[in-house]
Design a protein around this ligand. Sequence first.
Ligand code: GDP
Ligand code: IMO
Ligand code: MG
Length: 426
Amino acid sequence: MSADVIIGAQWGDEGKGKIVDLFSEKYDVIVRYQGGANAGHTVIVGDKKYVMHLLPSGVLHSEKMNIIGNSVVIDLGSLVEEINGLKERGIKITPKNLKISENAHIVLPYHKAIDKAREGKKEGAKKIGTTGRGIGPAYTDKYTRTGIRVRDIFNAQVLAEKVKENLEEKNFLLEKFYGAPALKIQDVITEVEKFGAIIKPYVSDTAGDINKALKAGKKVLFEGAQGALLDIDFGTYPFVTSSNPTIGGVMTGTGISHKNIKKVWGITKAYQTRVGNGPMPTEMPEMEGKKTREAGGEYGATTGRPRRCGWLDLVALKYVCELNGLTDIILTKIDVLSIFKELKVCTSYTYKGKKIDTFVADGEELYKCKPVYETLKGWEKDLTKIRNYKNLPIAAKNYITFIEKYSGVKVSIVSVGPEREQILKK
Ligand code: GDP
Ligand code: IMO
Ligand code: MG
């Protein structure tokens, strides 16, 4: 009976896809516990690139069970496209190796329409910069208890009633408040039923499935989407997503007890990125940011937007370590930092005229925090071909030790490139 968790320790895109795919070999069950098709988890295998949005990143290992948990909000069309796309590429996906929670809420066309209309109406710095995938509106309906769950799709009367009731309100909002086109009840129902029929064989009591697997001594890996700093409760609100990528999300998002959890792996890049709006104290000036973006290929896996780049923020990382009880850090993309002669790391902020070393988890207040840096020596050597931790340049090892000392958590794994074999165990 053992379960481990992989959590993004920044604002997302830390390399969760790569690591979950790699770890999947050692686990029997891989479970996505929150978020929706806003996620983009990249897995590179040789010359092939896969981007998972809703499916767990263990799905390339067809002998493993992959599960979409109850707190994931499912865009049915996006999920079907993802399953079909992988099948076309020769990946085996069947009801034997993929299960979808019957209690997960679905993202409907009106959620996406409202997400886009709401963002469109906001001005400048007030925009969240959402992915437009309907995430906020879908979770809103979940919490106002008007949401539609996977199980509802298969009861025609319940589905029709719920869509009708929802659309009365949403169409009013879309037309009268946002000046956007209304949606037709029958179109929405037809679409949901069409995709619903395709996913039906995969639908299951996933909380029961996971607990059964744990009781049978199977190893379970929980895959977070987004990152701790985008958490609705603990992130840089309101510049966050609408779910809990942090540790509590595993329990509410899957129905397992905390007693099962052993390792909590936090993944962080060796620098900071953010896509969308909101404060990022260590954001690099334009030239450095551009250089990092190009070297790291920092463009969104879901929206293609350029990611903002910054120096590693250890104040934020330490906050995330404590918040989630991280047992280990996985450091990715350290190879990208080879472009710099010197590396800055943020060890405190100046805030309201004082030096502080605690994170300020507020979207407005964090803007007022100015980073205080320590400068470490760079290594200016290609790391991508190194396969043994011992062979890292001394400056790279010092950089890693600095992170460990500051955060109080060991860096157990270092990634030096996007491919499966570009991994160093310490
Ligand atoms: P996720 O959302 O956390 O799964 O991360 P993304 O897939 O959105 O972004 C991470 C990107 O970095 C992907 O393009 C990966 O292929 C790539 N990547 C992962 N690990 C490394 C690494 O150690 N070095 C480099 N250069 N790229 C990496
Ligand atoms: P993965 O799992 C990076 C960001 C959006 C926006 C904010 C809210 O690939 O790490 P939303 O559409 O969720 O309402 O947008 O959250 N965001 C992500 N940023 N990686 C992600 O996922 C993200 N998912 C959402 O850019 O700032
Ligand atoms: Mg991503």
